[in-house]
Design a protein around this ligand. Sequence first.
Ligand code: 48H
Length: 262
Amino acid sequence: MTNPIENTISDAIVRCFAEKLRTNLTVDVAIVGGGPSALVAAKTLADAGIRTAIFERKLAPGGGTWGGGMLFNEVVVQDDALYILDEFGINHKPIENAPGYHSLDSVEMASGLIFGALKAGAKIFNSVSVEDIVFRDEKVGGLVINWTPVERLGMHVDPLTVLSSCVLDGTGHPSEIIRLAVEKAKIQLDTPTGSILGERPMWVDKGEASTVENTREYFPGLFACGMSANNVMGGYRMGPIFGGMLMSGKKVAKLIQAKFGK
Ligand code: 48H
């Protein structure tokens, strides 16, 4: 007897999702947050053959990309980062009165980055919140995950774990994972105070430069990119210009690739 279609659909979804999650319970790089810097890192790592999974709290990955500036759905990118948009096939156009700067549709950017990361072979688990880290033998060894609705409703449900050689904090302004590691694992970060310095106010060109400079490994196996890196090292914010985020994703991927010899 053939299965009724109702059952076939449910069976396929449960089996395929279980297989996807099961085969990603151990990965090379576990990325927390699916913002622009993390999506660029994920594509670059996956292109290099490094097993990479993103865990994103929201239903839609893309982080702060979708809303452009104050919900006007356009963003700006500078010359240096255009090659990254081109790698993803995302359109852009020069801004007439601002040589070196380009504008683009923020919805195309968000969707293009997500599509590019997935097509390269990175996996994205959405509606999953990272609530803790695995910390064994004084090393960051992975993530502790739970469904976002469980987190939001405050349900008392125990989490699952994902093991990884590297953890990348791409959680944006709050640096959630590095904060957790400092507070719960009592680690000393590779910063002047050993702790998080905190984001500074807006200074666009400084913030763009410092986002890339501050992108690095802060504790063995624990990296930060994007606004998270800037928050850890006390960099300036920059508003809706995204070249620094894209270049930060590239930089962190190259640093991690070097660890894997790839
Ligand atoms: C799972 C989590 C968790 C968690 C957070 O903020 P993002 O867009 O990331 P970046 O750093 O790549 O980009 C920053 C950019 O969007 C921005 O905010 C800019 C340029 N601001 C300038 C300014 O002046 O304000 O995305 C972070 C993602 C979000 O989607 C979160 O939902 C997710 O991380 N996230 N996911 N578990 N614990 N914490």
